[in-house]
Design a protein around this ligand. Sequence first.
Ligand code: E4P
Length: 218
Amino acid sequence: MKFFVDTADTAEIKSLAATGLLDGVTTNPSLIAKSGRKILDVIAEICALVEGPVSAEVAATEYDQMMREAAVLRKIAHNVCIKLPLTPDGLRACNTLSKDGVQTNVTLCFSAAQALIAAKAGATFISPFVGRLDDIGQDGMKLISEIVDIYSNYPALQTQVLVASIRNPIHVTTAAKLGADVATLPPAVLRQLYHHPLTDKGLAAFLKDWEGTGQTIA
Ligand code: E4P
């Protein structure tokens, strides 16, 4: 499973890139707003930090303007992935860009039917939002299971399932068990994946015993 980080905080991305766990980055208009920076500057900086796909979302809702914005965003770097909302205009733009060899991420997916039409539009990634479904009492992971099943019925569909709106490590491991291709994680959730209290307890005991030996290795 590939791990993307869901943030526009370049300090966080730099630090997580050093872990070797990072395969890409996703941003959205809310995350760009939170960064307090200009989108073109922040996406350029992220693309220089990470080799994999960096999703940059259009702000337009109408096809022609989406295409104009996509033209600007894709010029930033070779690894920019154009993020488009799951609307008729968004899927039309996705179709045009895909035919032109541009990577696309179709976002705000909340149903299997939406995921199916995004794949037919040639999306590189489909982003179902599991946390936001859980938040309204629906089962986000059920949607991931449905999409993975549907896509597996049609091997010609190349769209990768990018699990988004992740809230905790259980979302990550459940998505992995279901065979999702990618998870985009908030930095805090990615860091949570390392932790287990028995790891901390075990390490403390090993270090204490080691200190008692008086030895050094290097
Ligand atoms: C995905 O690409 C989105 O940026 C993100 O995962 C949304 O997450 P949220 O529901 O926590 O805002």
